[in-house]
Design a protein. Structure first.
Length: 277
């Protein structure tokens, strides 16, 4: 939006002129009388509005009639409509704020209340099971989706072999970094994946640890994904991480779903035959 347009409307007399011209086009003398201004003052305000593209002057013989240019006002109205429409992330932020307050209250009453909690996510993905599996076991593909909205994965280490490490580093636009580290516990290619993952503080101390059980059901052109997350350890310092876990995984799986629905060909790495369940 043009700043000159907003500046022109910020002056009370010019705003009143716009309201007057909204009723009908008027000569400068009539505008001056209505506002109780001298005619040179009214002319100056009208010229400012004209430069901003809000009014147009029609010379009719010896008279000058001013009328609104509604295109600019319509553009301004659309801009305000956009500003007035809630962004989806605002609802998420409100939900996250309430979740943090709820978790803090629970932790105050029982520091171990979160331990043993289980979250479940089910998605019917429009992709064959091999493509879905690849997006959980390939570092390049995991990096595309394993982050909530407004985050990116900056580092990713995936070695889908039992006992091997899993590490994800995410970052926000302000440079804040978040490290999660764990290891693979069991896997059956294209069917089952089990891993433990801990969210770590800056000093690499655990904030929250959980076991993740991923099951895939092959439905031909689609795949049913079921993810169970079992909280196994929790530190009061990890309240924000715990509160955001459900939201984060909803957004991450949403990203995965969108990527798979628009991907025609997906790399299909051969499963490691040394993996065991």
């Amino acid at each position: 939006m043009d700043a000159a347009l907003l500046a022109a409307l910020a002056e009370p007399n010019r705003l009143r002129i716009v309201e007057l011209l909204n009723e009908a086009p008027r000569p400068v003398g009539e505008v001056a009388t209505a506002l109780g201004l001298r005619q040179p003052q009214a002319t100056k305000h009208l010229q400012t509005l004209q430069r901003a593209g809000l009014v147009v002057m029609h010379p009719l013989g010896q008279r000058r009639i001013y009328a609104l240019r509604r295109e600019q006002l319509q553009a301004l109205a659309r801009w305000f409509d956009e500003l007035g429409s809630a962004h989806p992330s605002e609802g998420t932020l409100d939900r996250y704020t309430k979740a943090i307050a709820r978790e803090r209250d629970l932790a105050t009453r029982d520091p171990n209340a979160a331990v043993g909690r289980t979250l479940q996510f089910v998605r019917e993905l429009r992709a064959p099971v091999r493509a879905v599996w690849a997006h959980w076991t390939s570092q390049t593909l995991v990096q595309q989706w394993w982050s909530p909205e407004h985050f990116i994965v900056t580092e990713c280490e995936i070695d889908a072999v039992v006992g091997r490490r899993l590490q994800i580093v995410m970052a926000e636009g302000d440079g804040s970094r978040y490290l999660s580290r764990g290891r693979f516990l069991a896997l059956a290619p294209y069917t089952y994946l089990r891993f433990e993952l801990a969210q770590l503080a800056a000093a690499c101390t655990p904030l929250l640890s959980a076991i993740h059980d991923l099951r895939l059901e092959d439905h031909g052109a689609t795949t049913q994904l079921t993810l169970l997350i079992h909280v196994t350890a929790f530190s009061p310092a990890g309240t924000a991480a715990l509160a955001g876990m459900e939201i984060a995984w909803e957004q991450q799986l949403g990203k995965l779903e969108r990527i798979l629905s628009t991907t025609n060909q997906t790399p299909d790495p051969q499963p490691n035959t040394s993996a065991t369940t």
